[in-house]
Structures are given as C-alpha cells and as structure tokens.
Write a protein that binds this ligand. Structure first.
Ligand code: DAH
Length: 342
C-alpha cells in the first residue's frame, strides 16, 4: 500500500503540474481527490495492512492526501481568473495609455485662425490664391523686373523652365500674389475696390533648413485699397494688430525699407525674447508699404483714384514670437511632446 500511495503522490503531482486550464484542473481533482478517485480507491487496502503498521500507513495516507489537496488549492488559486487561453483581462484596471486624451489642432492652424480673426475685427475679409502660381502673379505684376535677383531660378521653385517658357509656372514664393489675383478679380467682376482682405497661406523657397528658415512656410498678406488710404492708416492698422495679438505692451516699430511693389516701404519689427531669460531683441515680422502705382495699373486700376497699403508677415515668426518658440523646425517636426505644450 505504501508503494501505491507513493505512486499516486508522484503521478498526481506531475499530472497536476501539467494541467493548463480550469477544465483540466477539475478533471484532475475528480481523478485523484474525487469520491471515485485514486486516493479513495486505495483506502480499502487498509484492511489488509498488518495491525502494527496501520498507524504508519494511515499517517502516510493522510500525508499524501493533504499534499495533493494543498497542491491542488495552490494551483487553483494561482490560475484564478485565467480564462481557457491565457491571462484574463481585468476590466477594472486603469489604462496605461490615456486613450481619452483630447486632440488639438496644430499650433500653426490655430495661430492662422487667430490672425484672421484679429484682422476680421478690423474689417478685413479673407482672400485665397493658388500655391501653384505663375511668374506673372508672383513677380511681373508686382513690379519685380526681369533682372531682379528675387527672380533667380536658384531662389525659386520653378515648375517650367523660365528661360524657355513665356509664363513659367512656379510654387509661389510669397502671398503677395493674392494681392494681384484679388484686384484682378475685383476689377473683372466689378465688386471692388474698395478691397480689404487678408490672405494666409503656404509659400515656398529653396532655403536651407535651419532654426529660422524652412523651404515651406506660411505668410499672411494684407491689402486695403480705397480712395484716400494713407500711410497713417497702415501704421494704425499694424500697431492695433500688434496690440490685439501680442498684448497692450507689445513693442513694435516701422523701419524704412524697400520692396518693388510698395512705395514707400517699411519693415515691421517687434521686440521679443524667444527664449525665457533672453534679453528681448528686435525681430522682423514682415514687410509693408503703400501699394506701388505700377501694381495698381497692372491690375487695371487708376492710381490717381485709388490708393492703399499692403503688408506681408511670416506666420511662423508670429507664432514663434507669441509662444516663445526658439526654432522653426519645431513647428514642422510634429513631436507630440512639443505640440501638447503650445
Ligand atoms: N512679400 C514680401 C516677402 O515675402 C513681404 C511683403 C513686403 C509683403 C511688403 C507686402 C508688402 O505686402 O507690402 O518678403
């Protein structure tokens, strides 16, 4: 009988170890510990055990029984909650990744919208123009002559060869193209002037990418044409814009400059610290000026009757200035750790 008990103990523990799911575990329990199980089956052998050994054999029987029972319980509690195939999912466990995080629009999209909104409060509508342009709208009608350095093929993304094409297509290098498109449309369809619009959009230049340059960036163009519009209107508009967008203490200045499509021309600067702790420094936000009579004429308007101002700002510059972003590349890398901060 002792041999039989040892065999039950050895094979019982081995088979228990091999069970892999709740069904197999229950089958094992029935086979070994059940009322018709193997342990019960050896009990009748007790009566054949010599009297002087009954005590020891009985002790051994209890020992095997409790060993198997406790091994069974340990196995059962260890596998508690496990389904037939592997670990169970605890539906009450908090998630590791916050799948309910609310997304947000890209900082550049939000800044563009804010800018349009500020100018809308000053009476500017929104005009659009194509990104695939031609040099007629990008240069010629903007009073930029054929020998002007800005037209160098090295500095532009031409789609057609400018040496052999009459009106070569190109990716626009500035949103000033929309001034021409809007005035042409106003004249052709008779809805203006007055014209008072801003035009945000992408522009392209083959610049080497660094902390302040990108081959694609955004500008917002402004154009206001009416009778008797003056430089004072331009200055008022830009200074009001700066205060509305950057706050009442915004420090801005106009600095004399030159652009072929404006006369007089100026650069619009603002004093900003791009890194926390830096001394604020003047950075150029864009150019502006009174629309050159040649531009008005190219669009079919009489410069003796109409006048106006125009401006063009870099949207990235405005965003970097407002949110103290030190490197333009951060705006295009789409690193979520950056995007969730701005
Ligand atoms: N188009 C100019 C540029 O990209 C910016 C600019 C300057 C726009 C003067 C204007 C303007 O409308 O009047 O550098």
């Amino acid at each position: 009988m002792l041999d039989a008990l040892t065999e039950i103990e050895t094979s019982g523990l081995a088979e228990l170890g091999a069970t892999s799911d709740a069904d197999a575990l229950e089958a094992w329990r029935i086979a070994y510990l059940g009322t018709k199980g193997r342990l019960r089956a050896v009990m009748p052998m007790m009566k054949d055990v010599p009297k002087d050994q009954k005590g020891a054999v009985g002790k051994r029987l209890n020992e095997v029984k409790s060993k198997l029972e406790s091994a069974f319980e340990a196995k059962q509690s260890g596998s508690a909650g496990k389904g037939p195939d592997g670990p169970a999912i605890d539906m009450t466990e908090p998630g590791v990744i916050d799948t309910h995080a609310v997304g947000r629009r890209h900082i550049l999209s939000r800044v563009r919208e804010e800018l349009v909104e500020v100018f809308a409060r000053m009476g500017f509508g929104v005009a659009q123009g194509p990104e695939l342009e031609d040099d007629e709208h990008n240069f010629v009608k903007l009073n930029i002559p054929a020998d002007h350095p800005a037209r160098d093929p090295i500095d532009n993304f031409y789609v057609d060869d400018p040496a052999t094409t009459a009106v070569p297509r190109m990716l626009r290098s500035q949103t000033s193209t929309v001034q021409i498109r809007t005035l042409e449309d106003a004249v052709a369809k008779g809805w203006g002037p007055p014209v008072k619009v801003v035009s945000p959009g992408r522009v392209y230049r083959p610049d080497t990418v660094d902390a302040t340059h990108s081959f694609m960036f955004h500008q917002i163009e402004g154009l206001h044409i009416d009778r008797g519009v003056s430089m004072a209107d331009l200055k008022t508009t830009l200074f009001q814009f700066a205060r509305a967008y950057f706050g009442d203490d915004a420090e801005v200045r106009l600095r004399p400059s030159f652009f072929p499509f404006t006369e007089p021309s100026a650069e619009f600067d603002m004093k900003i610290a791009l890194r926390p702790g830096d001394e604020p420094a003047w950075i150029e936000l864009g150019g502006c000026g009174m629309v050159d009579p040649n531009v008005l004429k190219a669009c079919g308007l009489d410069p003796d009757e109409w006048s106006g101002f125009a401006f063009g700002f870099g949207i990235e510059r405005l965003a970097m200035g407002k949110y103290a972003i030190p490197d333009i590349r951060m705006l295009f890398e789409n690193d979520v750790r950056f995007l969730t901060q701005v």
